[in-house]
Design a protein around this ligand. Structure first.
Ligand code: FMN
Length: 351
């Protein structure tokens, strides 16, 4: 059915299509019998169940950060067969999206470019909504929250205001999240990626792990950019080990524009932003490999260009414990997690 619907959705501008998609998901979110039906046809094969970070996942195929920034549709998304969700990114301050246009499709590459810049209703408001929807328990899957830096807080010499801003979000989400992802890798918040440098990262991760110990320990992960070079990755991995983070999400979107089928003029006209989807796949795989080699004990979540069970398998074989997708959900449609899960289960059966 999605093969018929997609051309219609893709005829709309991406924001309208997203709103329409969310409207449709509203039926699943609010009508329990529909959700039960969806769950009955999409629940993952039993051999996909896996335990990571002390949490039990019905499937290693999860929804990546950024799709449900405001926790509008957690129960619906879980009912479609995702084995876990990462909600957000939320920030301590509510904030608007960057000026439009800020979201583009590259259909020839099955890719997206976005420069949204963490639009969200603010950590506290989003957490309240999530709790009203029954929290993680109502979804039946582990639910993580991604936290980012509020746009109004500058990245300057003094790390204290940045840490305070992250801590505020962390405190808001800690009670309802099964795990928390520290997002320091979106390309669309000015200087955010500077927080991946060793000195700032150390201050940030140390502050957050101390707060985590005070509040009661939840798995704490960092999401990293695919655009770090080897030295940058090694420095950051050193800080992850030193501060005792529980995991790494690799990777966020890329600023690179290599190997695209979309013509150069179109790409140029779109301008800056994070590229996602298949053009990112090879680099994400590479970064997952490096992460696993450097950090044998932490949890690794692989993300970037996953559209099939084979893509998921490749990330798992490279050392990921779990996998996520965003762009593949847009191009493959609402049943993407279910389909990919079954493809993955079939591969496991064949092995
Ligand atoms: C429109 C859009 C918005 C995104 N917003 C976020 C976000 O808020 N936080 C985050 O950590 N990642 C965000 N991402 C990145 C995805 O979570 C993911 O890391 C990236 O898109 C690569 O995966 P994919 O190829 O499966 O899309 C966003 C991606 C897209 C396409």
């Amino acid at each position: 059915v999605y093969a018929l619907v997609r051309p219609l959705l893709f005829a709309l501008d991406p924001h309208t299509a997203h709103a329409l998609g969310n409207w449709s998901l509203g039926w699943l979110e609010y009508v329990a019998p529909l959700r039960a039906l969806a769950r009955a046809v999409s629940s993952p094969p039993a051999n996909l169940r896996t335990t990571v970070m002390g949490l039990s996942f019905p499937s290693p195929i999860g929804l990546a950060g950024g799709f449900d920034k405001n926790a509008l549709r957690p129960r619906a998304l879980a009912a479609l067969g995702f084995g876990f969700l990462e909600l957000g990114t939320v920030t301590a301050r509510a904030q608007d999206e960057n000026p439009r246009p800020n979201l583009f499709r590259l259909p020839r590459d099955r890719a997206l470019v976005n420069r949204l810049g963490f639009p969200n209703e603010g950590a506290a408001a989003v957490v309240q909504r999530f709790a009203r929807h029954g929290g993680a328990a109502a979804t039946g899957v582990p639910v993580g929250f991604s936290i980012g830096k509020s746009r109004v807080v500058d990245v300057g010499e003094d790390p204290a205001p940045i840490l305070a801003d992250y801590i505020e979000s962390f405190r808001a989400v800690h009670g309802v999240a099964d795990f928390v992802v520290v997002n320091v890798s979106s390309p669309n918040t000015k200087n955010l990626r500077a927080l991946q440098g060793a000195a700032l990262a150390r201050t940030l991760f140390r502050g957050l792990t101390e707060e985590n110990a005070r509040l009661g320990k939840k798995p704490l992960l960092v999401k990293i950019a695919p655009d770090l070079d080897d030295a940058g990755l090694d420095d950051l991995f050193g800080v992850v080990a030193e501060t005792g983070l529980d995991g790494v999400v690799a990777t966020n979107t890329t600023l690179a524009r290599r190997g695209l089928a979309t013509d150069g003029a179109t790409v140029e006209a779109i301008g800056t932003g994070g590229l996602s989807g298949p053009p990112l796949r090879a680099r994400a795989l590479e970064v997952v490999k490096r992460t696993r080699a450097a950090l044998p004990k932490v949890a690794v979540i692989g993300v970037g260009g996953v559209e099939t069970g084979e893509h998921a398998r490749a990330l798992l074989d490279a050392g990921a414990d779990l996998v996520q997708l965003y762009t593949g959900f847009i191009y493959r449609g609402p049943w993407a997690a279910r389909t990919i899960g079954r493809e993955l289960a079939a591969l496991a059966g064949a092995a």
